[in-house]
Write a protein that binds this ligand. Structure first.
Ligand code: SF4
Ligand code: SF4
Length: 148
C-alpha cells in the first residue's frame, strides 16, 4: 500500500474502478488503434487529434494521480475539511463520523468498514486489506445515486 493513494475519506485510489478497469481498457484501446496506424489518421476525424492526445495521456500518465495530489472533485468538501483540520485520514479525525462521511458512505459502502479497520486496528491492517483487494483486482463499489 502506498500512502499517497490513501484518500482522506477512506477510499484507496489504487482500488478505484477507474484505475482497475478504465486504465487497462484505455491502454488496450490505444495499443490496438496504434497498431492499425490511427496515429496518422486521427487528425482527419472531427475532434480526432484531441481524442488521440487524451487517450495517449491516459496510457502514459495514467487516468488519476490520486486524491491527495489533486485528482477527483476539486470542490470535494471532505478533502477541503480534512486539509483545513490537518487530518491525514477522516477515520483519525476526532469528529468522525461526521455528516460528510456519512453521506459519502451511502455511495461507497466499503468506506465505513474500511475506516473502522483503520480506527480499530491501525494502518497495517488497513494496508493489508487494500493490498489484498488490489492483488485480486477488486475495485471498491460505487452505488449510483449515492452522495459524493
Ligand atoms: S476527492 Fe473527496 S471523495 Fe474523492 S477520494 Fe478524495 S476525499 Fe474521497
Ligand atoms: S470533520 Fe468529517 S470531513 Fe472533516 S476531517 Fe473530520 S471526518 Fe473528515
Amino acid at each position: 500500500m502506498d500512502k499517497k493513494y490513501a484518500c482522506y475519506c477512506g477510499l484507496y485510489c489504487e482500488n478505484c474502478a477507474v484505475k482497475v478497469n478504465v486504465e487497462p481498457a484505455a491502454k488496450t484501446l490505444y495499443q490496438e488503434m496504434e497498431k492499425l496506424g490511427f496515429e496518422e489518421i486521427m487528425p482527419f476525424f472531427p475532434d480526432g487529434a484531441t481524442f488521440w492526445s487524451f487517450l495517449k495521456n491516459m496510457t502514459t500518465e495514467g487516468v488519476c494521480i490520486s486524491c491527495k495530489a489533486g485528482s477527483g472533485n476539486p470542490g470535494c468538501r471532505i478533502r477541503l475539511c480534512a486539509k483545513e483540520r490537518n487530518v491525514e485520514m477522516c477515520a483519525l479525525c476526532p469528529s468522525y463520523p461526521c455528516e460528510l462521511i456519512t453521506a459519502l458512505s451511502n455511495g461507497y459502502p466499503t468506506i465505513n468498514h474500511d475506516n473502522s479497520i483503520l480506527r480499530e486496528k491501525g494502518w497495517q491492517a488497513w494496508a493489508k486489506l487494500q493490498d489484498e483487494r488490489r492483488t485480486k483486482g477488486v475495485a471498491f463499489s460505487y452505488v449510483k445515486g449515492g452522495n459524493e
